[in-house]
Write a protein that binds this ligand. Structure first.
Ligand code: URQ
Ligand code: ZN
Ligand code: ZN
Length: 482
């Protein structure tokens, strides 16, 4: 029996912050209140002067992903271990079937890979092709495997791109099942054409990457995905919103009452496109991810999206390729494996840029790093909340602690850090996963295989409400069109 008492801290949930102790027993929170007593033999953590927050949830990672001819450096053990060192105690990763690959085959493959995870994990299922078997398997995944979200890559033509036929069929099926469709929104046809045109101009280095996928390419796809969702009456979640064109499209749809949700990466909030003009190929290539890092002006729109409630979650899209792997694109930028890290740094980077800057309160920080993801993917309050009965996934946050972020000290197996050299104030002093101390002031105690697969139930009748809303909205749409 593992008893853990976290004493003397300020508990911060998405709705309020209050002085309280937290008692954990056998992986659950069993008491929240002042002057709690621990049983003999319990571990006691002094959280005086610190915040006690729900463990971070990163709703967008790619551990051990085979992509563009390489497999990411972090597997499910090293990636989740790195996350726990940064206060993240759950990830939602992706099963990405090859086109024509049976969904259930891919699902079982990823489940096997993830058994080594050190923290809890769940999966979005990517829909990369369509036929009746895909429709059937989506039902199985929702009804028996606890998957309630389906991802669609509107980019990556010739690989995993979902065209409008796939989007329409899959979104419709998701609504039937009470599952959330999500999209990587970039127009893959435009990217494909612009990659060829830019390369033909002789621009083959990493500086060509952002040129081939400007913000309008993301804005078009976001608007298209939102329109398809509106017609079908299904909610929709846009991953890695990177630019004002995308953020504004989401804000417009939400102001019309459409259920659209947006995710922002810690990287897109703090790193800008100057990195692609770095003279060192390895440094510029290390930043190649999609959507690309944008000109600095977009960052303020993303922060304001989080402040306004038009953007809801933060993630990392942790997808780490090393310099050797990135060098595959030495002579042609479109061949550089896309992806960057961040699972360990996300929460500190967001505290520094969000709370220390005065943009976000500690409660709003909890909302965007944990609670909103738990709510949107239907595992709240099991996760994302400090309350009796919730999983004992917590982070004790030292608002005065400082750290300089670097590849030299990161726990990720990647060899680069997009936040290299940044000093942050506000870091985890302790991370608790399933009621156990897994990170204590620099000492990472991740246990291979300790993580659990977390099932996420289908959404309830509120999904039907949004379908009804689509029918109600139709006249408005007509009125708008005339
Ligand atoms: O597109 C994604 O989310 C995956 C393939 C990671 N790579 C990236 O560049 N974002
Ligand atoms: Zn993506
Ligand atoms: Zn991704």
């Amino acid at each position: 029996m593992t008893n853990l008492l976290i004493r003397g801290g300020t508990v911060v949930n998405a709705d309020r912050a209050f002085r309280s102790d937290v008692l954990c027993q056998d992986g659950r929170i069993v008491a929240v209140g002042e002057n709690l007593q621990a049983s003999a033999g319990a571990t006691v953590v002094d959280a005086g002067g610190q915040y006690v927050m729900p463990g971070g949830i990163d709703p967008h990672t790619h551990m051990q992903l085979p992509f563009m001819g390489a497999t990411t450096m972090d597997d499910f053990f090293t990636g989740t271990a790195a996350g726990m060192a940064g206060g993240t105690t759950s990830i939602i990763d992706f099963v990405i079937p090859n086109p024509q690959q049976p969904l259930m085959e891919a699902y079982h493959t990823w489940r096997g890979w993830a058994e080594k995870a050190a923290s809890d994990y769940s999966f979005h299922m990517a829909i990369t092709w369509w036929d009746e078997s895909v429709k059937r398997d989506m039902g199985t995944l929702v009804q028996t495997e606890g998957i309630n979200s389906f991802k669609h890559f509107m980019a990556y033509k010739g690989a995993i791109m979902a065209d409008d036929e796939v989007l329409v069929n899959s979104f419709k099926r998701a609504l039937e099942l009470g599952a959330m469709p999500t999209v990587h929104a970039e127009n893959g046809e435009l990217v494909f054409l612009m990659q060829k045109e830019i390369s033909a101009l002789g621009i083959t280095g990493p500086e060509g990457h952002p040129l081939s996928r400007p913000p309008i390419v993301e804005g078009e796809a976001v608007n298209r995905a939102i329109a398809i969702a509106e017609v079908l009456g299904v909610p929709i979640y846009i991953v890695h919103v990177s630019c004002l064109e995308a953020a504004e499209a989401i804000g417009r749809a939400r102001s019309r009452g459409q259920r659209v949700y947006g995710e922002v990466l810690a990287g897109h909030l703090t790193v800008d496109d100057s990195v692609y003009r770095h003279p060192d190929f390895a440094t510029a290539a290390a930043h190649v991810m999609s959507p690309p890092f944008r000109p600095k002006l977009h960052q303020e729109f993303l922060w304001r999206g989080l402040q306004s409630g038009n953007l809801h979650t933060t993630a990392t899209d942790h997808c780490t390729f090393c310099a050797t792997q990135k060098a595959a694109g030495k002579d042609e930028f479109s061949k550089i494996p896309n992806g960057c890290g961040g699972v360990e740094e996300r929460m500190a980077v967001l505290w520094e840029g969000g709370v220390n800057s005065g943009r976000l309160t500690p409660s709003e920080f909890v909302a965007i790093t944990s609670s909103n993801a738990a709510k949107l993917f239907n595992i709240y309050p099991q996760k994302g909340c400090i309350a009796v009965g919730a999983d004992a996934d917590l982070v004790v946050w030292d608002p005065q602690g400082t750290k300089t972020l670097s590849a030299k000290t990161q726990h990720s197996k990647g060899d680069f850090n997009v936040f290299e050299g940044r000093t942050v104030r506000g870091i985890p002093s302790h991370t608790v996963s399933q009621g156990k101390l897994v990170y204590v002031q620099g000492d990472l105690r991740a246990e291979r295989g300790a993580g659990r697969y977390i099932k996420r139930p289908a959404f309830g009748p509120n999904f039907a409400a949004s379908q009804q809303r689509a029918k109600v909205l139709a006249p408005t749409a007509v009125a708008r069109a005339t």
